[in-house]
Ligand binder design. Structure first.
Ligand code: GRF
Length: 222
């Protein structure tokens, strides 16, 4: 266990329900972190309002400023550094990370994505899972690399896809699990338990999942 809480920066472009889950987990003592700053590339993102309500610095960084993507990321890095951030959670940050952000926090940026990666990276993933006829979907927390949703996987949660599902109902079911798995993965990072071994992330000092744990969909007769 590390002595000091994880100095976390959160990047968010939208409503910020995952940010809220992180703030709630910190407040409840389930996540040994301090959210030092919330940064958004969207001026009226509700995530910024959530940060303000929690007494966390809420910072808008204008994507229309000079220098294109590298310029934007440079300004974000500056703000994160000013607040002593040592790890970054992407909680609905709607841009692909470039070299400036990645090299500022190597191996210290994590993202949440609403599918079971490597299936369905990118956008509109619940629709893609439904259209494909997947029986399960879920969410993935992963380290961020230069690709789109390609980095080493830390944690996943699985939900069934039900026959009556719409994009919205499936997204809502997945989101409930996002709010559980993101703080859990960040706690493993805070505890220094994650070791990247090639594409795999090894979790040290945690009991493994039961070997025969399995969900079947459709379920077998009782
Ligand atoms: C979530 O579905 C997350 O997985 C994806 O963007 C969405 C953000 O939602 N990366 P919120 O802003 O956290 O409510």
């Amino acid at each position: 266990m590390s002595a000091a809480p994880l100095a976390l920066g959160v990047l968010a472009s939208g409503r910020g329900s995952n940010l809220q889950a992180i703030l709630d987990a910190v407040a409840a003592g389930r996540l040994d972190a301090e959210v030092r700053a919330v940064v958004s590339d969207v001026a009226d993102a509700f995530a910024l309002e959530r940060a303000r309500r929690a007494g966390v610095p809420a910072l808008f960084v204008d994507p229309k400023g000079p220098g294109g993507k590298a310029g934007l990321e440079g300004r974000i890095v500056e703000r994160l550094r000013e607040h002593g951030v040592s790890a970054v959670a992407l909680a609905g940050y709607m841009r692909v990370c470039g070299e400036t952000l990645l090299s500022a926090f190597p191996g210290r940026i994590v993202n949440i994505h609403p599918s079971l990666l490597p299936s369905f990276p990118g956008l509109h993933v619940q629709r893609a899972a439904l259209e494909h006829g997947a029986r399960f979907s879920g969410c993935t927390v992963h380290f961020v690399d230069a690709g789109v949703d390609t980095g080493p996987i830390i944690a996943q949660a699985v939900v069934p896809v039900l026959d009556g599902d719409t994009e919205e109902s499936l997204a809502a079911r997945i989101l409930r699990q996002e709010h559980r798995v993101f703080p859990l993965a960040l706690q493993l990072l805070a505890e220094g338990r994650l070791r990247i071994d090639g594409r795999r992330v090894l979790v040290e000092g945690r009991a493994p999942a039961p070997e025969d744990a399995a969900l079947l969909n459709p379920p077998p007769d009782a």
